[in-house]
Ligand binder design. Structure first.
Ligand code: ATP
Ligand code: BUA
Length: 353
């Protein structure tokens, strides 16, 4: 079975081709900011990105007709349980209309659907950002009109959780884990026996990341919103793209921040320590969700390549359980394996309602 995996990010589209669990090749197409900016909605970019993908497939000698299935990263949808979903017209319309919000990964299902129609093969998304396995008690925010939403790096967290469970000699549904994805955004989630029973919303709660502010003092935030200094759009940009490390240091690159720290910049050190402190605190909170029954803490994402960052977190949380570091992300493999499990008949595809 041969599968084409498509993972659209805000500035790039990652492509991978798998044949029976073996990756034949991977490639990241970088898109020019000047080209992306011409689209008013994320979903409007699908034809533009399809053109780039078809050009790449031609260059690599992998014709569209050679695939048995296509899988894309998805997407902001209504809350749904984790798994592999068949992309049908209803799902693709929900992504196109961004009924649950705009996100680059919405393009994954849309692009895959349009490519799949050309060759009449099944199309899937796997563990989209809206995976919601939270327990009722986790949904309460303190404001009845504002339910907490599960929006996270579910795809990579579930993939590394399965891997960490295997490293413990167990299956995912047999262990309790706390997984912290430390990337452009940060998600920290307690996985109890294969379910993400809570998670900070990576777009607006929890630790600050390299570009997002995470939880803010709410009265001060309200004051800022009504100060007349910012429009709603500008406030959302500050929260999602210009918060955290970027707001303090003017860079989203943690390597650059570490370099400054190593050169004696004590403010850069404080800001990096703050990020680690908040991640450790969130892990501690999630340990209480599991009532202290934690088999393993797992650190993943781009920041987990950093010895300083991982050690700063580990020294605060190692009293809870041992910590495994799985740096980077395994999203392309997770997408391909999710599709292959269905194509090989090991799992049934779910339908989005
Ligand atoms: N070796 C490293 N040491 C320190 N930081 C690193 C290292 N490699 C990458 N990073 C940092 O990781 C961050 C990006 O992480 P990642 O690549 O996981 O994010 P992303 O894929 O853009 O976003 P997301 O994970 O939210 O989807 C950047 O701040 C980058 O500087
Ligand atoms: C919803 C958060 C997931 C991401 O940032 O990709």
């Amino acid at each position: 079975m041969k599968v084409l995996a498509i993972n659209p990010g805000s500035t790039s589209t990652k492509i991978a081709v798998y044949e029976n669990y073996t990756c034949l090749w991977k490639y990241g197409i970088d898109h020019l900011a000047s080209e992306i900016q011409t689209f008013s909605h994320v979903s409007d970019q699908y034809e533009y990105r399809i053109e780039h993908i078809l050009k790449l497939l031609k260059e690599k000698g992998s014709p569209l007709e050679s695939f048995d299935g296509i899988v894309g990263r998805g997407g902001m949808l209504n809350p749904l349980v984790g798994g592999t979903y068949l992309v049908d017209q209803y799902l693709v319309d929900s992504l196109k209309n961004a009924t649950s919000g705009e996100h680059a990964s919405n393009l994954g299902g849309i692009i895959a659907f349009h490519l799949g129609q050309r060759t009449n093969v099944p199309v899937y998304i796997v563990d989209p950002v809206s995976v919601d396995e939270m327990e009722p008690v986790a949904r309460l925010s303190g404001f009845p009109e504002l339910a907490r939403l599960s929006q996270s790096h579910a795809l990579n967290m579930k993939a590394v959780a399965r891997k960490a469970a295997r490293m413990l000699g167990k299956a995912y549904h047999e262990v309790n884990l706390i997984v912290a994805h430390l990337g452009g955004g940060i998600s920290v989630s307690p996985h109890r026996k294969g379910k993400m029973i809570d998670v900070n919303n990576a777009n607006n709660e929890g630790p600050y990341s390299v570009e997002r502010c995470g939880t803010l003092p709410c009265s001060q935030l309200v004051k800022l919103c009504y100060s007349g200094k910012y429009s709603e759009k500008e406030m959302n940009t500050k929260i999602l793209k210009e918060g955290g490390l970027f707001a303090y240091l003017g860079t989203k690159d943690a390597r650059e921040a570490e370099k400054r720290m190593d050169e004696g910049d004590s403010y850069a050190k404080l800001v990096l320590e703050g990020l680690c402190y908040q991640v450790a605190k969130e892990i501690g909170a999630m340990a209480t969700v599991l009532a202290g029954e934690v088999d393993q803490i797992v650190l993943t994402g781009g920041l987990a390549y950093s010895e300083f960052i991982t050690q700063e977190i580990i020294r605060r949380v190692s009293f809870i359980s041992s910590v495994t570091v799985i740096p980077g992300e395994e999203e392309m493999e997770a997408l391909a394996l999710g599709a292959l499990r269905v194509l090989n008949g090991e799992e049934q595809a779910l339908t989005y309602k």
